[in-house]
Design a protein around this ligand. Structure first.
Ligand code: FES
Length: 168
């Protein structure tokens, strides 16, 4: 007498007779649909970014902003600060000594790593890919950064340090 082939198959498997291979199979059509949806989502995201930047352009820095007292930053030291309302944060204030002060955006012009002033080298360093900038002008000395660091003008008045947009 022959055995019923279904008698050894568990009941649950009889109710859902789908092989694992079939369940995990992704057809070419489904994959193309997924890629199309993904491309569409990326296009919508990029368009939203462009529209936002066109509709709400970053305003240039207006007026003077008090940062700290002159006595708070020793010669050769630097100080990180933010300006309320400015999207470009933070900035780097440097006391070069002999009354020379400089302020730059702290974002490297290569891939936006935070730069820091190295008094021992007399340069501003980006530790990510060893980019170096001139601490007086912000010009690139060495490394991959494509542009100089954007600079602010520093004004010292009655022992207080202020910054404002640099007059071109
Ligand atoms: S991010 Fe500054 S050198 Fe690359």
């Amino acid at each position: 007498m022959s055995k019923d082939p279904n008698s050894e198959i568990p009941k649950w498997k009889q109710d859902f007779p789908i092989e694992q291979k079939e369940a995990t199979h992704v057809s070419r059509r489904e994959f193309a649909k997924f890629l199309t949806l993904l491309s569409g989502a990326l296009a919508v995201g990029n368009t939203a970014i462009v529209v936002k930047s066109l509709a709400f352009p970053e305003k240039p820095l207006e007026g003077e902003h008090a940062i700290c007292m002159e006595s708070e930053v020793r010669e050769g030291d630097s100080f990180m600060f933010e300006i309320e309302g400015s999207k470009t944060i933070p900035y780097l204030l440097i006391n070069l000594g002999n009354g020379e002060w400089r302020a730059f955006e702290q974002k490297c012009t290569h891939l936006s790593c935070a730069v820091k002033y190295r008094h021992d080298l007399g340069q501003i360093e980006c530790p990510c890919h060893k980019g170096y900038f001139n601490p007086r002008t912000g010009d690139v000395i060495q490394g991959p950064p494509p542009r100089r660091l954007p600079q602010l003008e520093v004004v010292i008045r009655e022992g207080q340090v202020f910054v404002k947009a640099q007059q071109s």
